[in-house]
Design a protein around this ligand. Structure first.
Ligand code: ADP
Length: 556
């Protein structure tokens, strides 16, 4: 019945442990793994980085737009009017001199069928430059009269926000992609019904070597750039469509495939801005993130499992202790009841005064004395134990002749041992030096060991006690040929309340305190209690005490 109750209690505790800790922990781990897998499938990290890249590229485009407009504003103001006649050319020339960032300028007026152009005078000596720039002008001159009306109309409509139109693209020059572009606007003071256009073209060298490198480095170093917080270094370049060779690149561009691109539309049309991380790819970063998270998750899981295991171990230990305690109460009550019953029985018999034989009287008195001694020993054990538990146990160390102490302790017990049919052997060496011990504690330890030898012997009734010196120790040895102790229980028997699982042991009275007290006493003396035992053959308990009192003080 009680066994069944214990089982349910244990199952209940384990179930609580499982429901309260194991299940939530397992759910948490499962959810994290699922979450990470989910992130992996959605490529959420990659998408987020790509979004950031897209944002930065947008900033690059609007910055280019603003800078280009800033450059064009003074030019538009100073641009000659179609009515300037012979002054147009010199004015264009001086304008270009002041603004070396332009390759050429053109003024077209439909009314007077006027088309005046000038190549950058600062580059007049550069024949190659003059040749291809002239080629570009010729090209422009061929389509400008055709397109002018609609472009002017368009500019007038957009006047407020887009006072300038842009046109640009790529061509192959000296086996390389070169970017050409023009900005066109209506010169100042041109009446609304007149079709006239001012055109300037940015010098390709200027765009490639100074304008765009500045924009790129500006955008990349900007504090507002979301990517700044990232440990990876973003790099940027500009290229032509269908040709990934960089036309302009940031200083740390390290080649490879860009992660995100943006084709400019309004300003500098057909330029493609591209971005990536230096030395790594977004996919790698994503994988790294996942790997890192898996490792953290793994480590946490190991910790959690460790924690659960520790909790489980502690709970089981506490439950075992609780069971041992309740056994202890039952055992002690039983142990108290038996001697009391005997004492009462024999005292009553004596009281009746019907005994005739004198020996009977003697025997009954002896039984009463022995039983009351047993009670005293048990109560002493319990008191000692409670003092130790409360940390109040104190020892009175005195220099002692151990041989005398052992002899006199055994003398008061010898009769009882022999009465029980035991062969008793006592070997006390004659050369034991005085040892500093607590007399009562040592005597009690010896009695506990002898009493155990008595209790746990069956047919082979033998008890041997030896006291001898070995190295710097004095050994007090108690041997029996009793039931012995299985190897796996030899350490546990010194724990409080512990009693061996052997059903034989449970028929023998005991509290499970004796050996834990012996060990406490031995250790308080700087010594140890050791056991050698094999089941069915017998046991040998040895209290080894140091001769050097220094050891004792250190241990106590
Ligand atoms: P108890 O009051 O049960 O004897 P102890 O602490 O003295 O408590 O002993 C703990 C357990 O160790 C005993 O219950 C018994 O199982 C085992 N034991 C102790 N001494 C011996 C021995 N001499 N022979 C066999 N088993 C022993």
């Amino acid at each position: 019945m009680s066994k069944k109750w214990r089982l349910t209690e244990r199952t209940k505790t384990l179930l609580t442990l499982e429901l309260a800790i194991v299940l939530p922990a397992a759910a948490l781990m499962g959810f994290s793994v699922w979450n990470l897998k989910h992130i992996q499938r959605d490529k959420a990290i990659e998408a987020a980085i790509q979004r950031d890249f897209g944002h930065v590229l947008k900033i690059a485009e609007s910055k280019s737009w603003r800078e280009a407009n800033d450059l064009l504003t003074p030019v538009r103001k100073e641009f000659p009017s179609p009515d300037d006649g012979a002054q147009i050319k010199p004015k264009l020339e001086s304008l270009l001199r002041q603004h070396p960032e332009y390759a050429y300028a053109v003024l077209y007026d439909k009314k007077n069928n006027l088309m005046v152009s000038r190549v950058q005078p600062g580059r007049d000596q550069d024949q190659a430059f003059c040749a291809y720039t002239q080629g570009e002008i010729n090209n422009l001159v061929s389509w400008l009269p055709v397109e002018a009306s609609s472009e002017v109309k368009h500019l007038r409509m957009m006047k407020e926000e887009h006072p300038v139109g842009f046109y640009g693209g790529w061509m192959v020059r000296a086996n390389q992609h070169a970017y050409f572009n023009v900005a066109y606007f209506i010169p100042a003071d041109v009446r609304d019904d007149r079709v006239a256009l001012g055109v300037v073209a940015f010098d390709e060298d200027y765009l490639r070597k100074s304008f765009f490198p500045a924009i790129v480095s500006d955008v990349l170093s900007s504090k507002n750039t979301v990517l700044r917080a990232d440990a990876n270094l973003p790099v940027m370049m500009i290229h032509a469509p269908k040709d990934s060779t960089p036309w302009v690149a940031s200083a740390d561009w390290d080649g490879g495939e860009p992660e995100e691109e943006r084709r400019f539309a309004d300003v500098f049309p057909n330029l493609i801005f591209a971005m990536k991380y230096q030395g790594t790819t977004i996919a790698d970063i994503g994988n790294r993130f996942l790997r890192y998270n898996y490792i953290v998750l793994g480590a946490l899981s190991v910790l959690m499992v460790g924690g659960i295991w520790l909790t489980y171990r502690n709970v089981s230990r506490e439950m075992n202790l609780a069971r041992l305690k309740s056994d202890f109460v039952a055992n002690v009550s039983h142990e108290l009841r038996t001697p009391l019953a005997l004492i009462r029985l024999y005292a009553e018999t004596l009281e009746l005064g019907r005994l005739t034989a004198k020996e009977k009287y003697q025997e009954y008195f002896r039984i009463i004395r022995e039983e009351s001694e047993r009670l005293t020993a048990l109560i002493n054990n319990i008191l000692d134990f409670s003092r130790i538990e409360a940390g109040r146990k104190e020892y009175e160390f005195k220099e002692t002749n151990l041989a005398d102490l052992v002899r006199s302790t055994l003398d008061s017990y010898r009769f009882q041992i022999e009465q029980n049919g035991f062969a008793f052997e006592e070997n006390i060496s004659g050369d034991i030096p005085p040892v500093t011990v607590d007399r009562e504690a040592i005597a009690r330890s010896l009695l506990n060991l002898v009493n155990n030898a008595l209790k746990y012997s069956k047919d082979q009734k033998y008890i041997g006690v030896s006291l001898y010196q070995a190295n710097s120790r004095v050994n007090l040895e108690v041997r029996d040929r009793g039931i012995g102790i299985p190897p796996n229980e030899q350490e546990k028997i010194f724990e409080k309340f512990y009693r061996c699982g052997d059903p034989l042991v449970h028929n023998i009275k005991g509290s499970g305190l004796g050996l834990s007290l012996v060990r406490h006493i031995a250790r308080a003396h700087g010594g140890e209690v050791l056991v050698e035992s094999s089941p069915e053959k017998g046991s040998k308990f040895t209290i080894a005490l140091p001769l050097d009192p220094g050891l004792r003080t250190a241990a106590a």
